[in-house]
Design a protein around this ligand. Structure first.
Ligand SMILES: [Zn+2]
Length: 261
């Protein structure tokens, strides 16, 4: 059965006992890492998974709490002699600076024996990764930067995953709950949602309009982390039909086999 393991559940500021944003989708045949906040490599090892086992990496946006573990992941693959290509799906604006960063770390494309297959979300908002249809939708998470600097390089995305055996939605970082509208039109078995950039109550009110079977809350702001119990109680009161889970690092979620479409 496919599983998701939350490798990091901290907000954008370090929090005790929480790594930065990252989760692993393991279908049994494919290991897909979504975001690479530090210390995703170490957490994978603690779970008995070698970074070299990853088949694909997906990055939702460029903030360092979602990307800072990428260089160590690639160094880990290099040290054990990875040869097969590593596909990395990401916003286009990250490709060049990440390549420069990896080069500065002596693990850029010219240093390592495997190919980094960067694939920009802007080139295709929908990709098939080993039978899983992954679709991105833009979010307003970086709108304050767009207003200040123009929108040529601020492209954050939410994600939906759809396969014959499971489906789920992951918020990435959003600016407001309404950003999730394009991903939730048909409802979802599982929504993994951040809680760092809007009042939790506004998310729960928005989700009342959709079929959400399970809601995993992650990436809570410092204010949210200071009152987890009351946030969960509020979610349960406002979404009585939804199973509510507040994520800790290493939380493992089984993906329910889908019945029929
Ligand atoms: Zn973030």
């Amino acid at each position: 059965m496919a599983t998701i393991t939350l490798l990091g559940t901290a907000p954008g500021y370090p929090a005790p006992h929480r790594n930065h944003s990252s989760f692993l989708l393991d279908t049994g045949e494919q290991k897909i890492l979504v975001d690479a906040g530090e210390s995703c490599s170490r957490t994978l090892i603690e779970l008995g998974i070698e970074p070299v086992e990853l088949d694909t990496i997906i990055i939702t946006h460029g903030h360092s709490d979602h990307t800072s573990g990428l260089a160590m992941l690639i160094q880990s693959c290099w040290i054990v002699g990875r040869e097969r290509p590593l596909p990395i799906f990401l916003p286009k604006e990250l490709i060049q600076p990440l390549t420069i960063w990896l080069d500065a770390s002596y693990i850029g494309p010219s240093f390592i024996p495997f190919k980094l297959q960067f694939q920009a979300w802007e080139d295709s908002h929908q990709v098939n990764i080993a039978g899983i249809n992954v679709r991105v939708a833009p979010t307003t998470h970086l709108d304050s930067l767009v207003k200040k600097f123009g929108n040529h390089r601020f492209h954050p995305f939410s994600l939906s995953f759809d396969s014959p055996s499971f489906e789920f939605v992951a918020s990435g970082d959003i600016g407001a709950p309404e950003d999730l509208l394009p991903q939730l039109e048909k409802g979802t078995d599982l929504l993994i949602c951040e809680l760092a950039h809007f009042p939790p109550e506004s998310l729960f009110r928005f989700l009342q309009n959709y079929r959400i079977t399970r809601l995993v809350l992650t990436h809570g702001s410092a204010e949210v982390l200071a009152k987890v119990d009351s946030v969960v109680a509020e979610a349960r009161a406002m979404l009585p039909k939804t199973e509510i889970i507040f994520a800790e690092d290493k939380l493992k979620v089984q993906l329910a086999a889908r019945k029929s479409r």
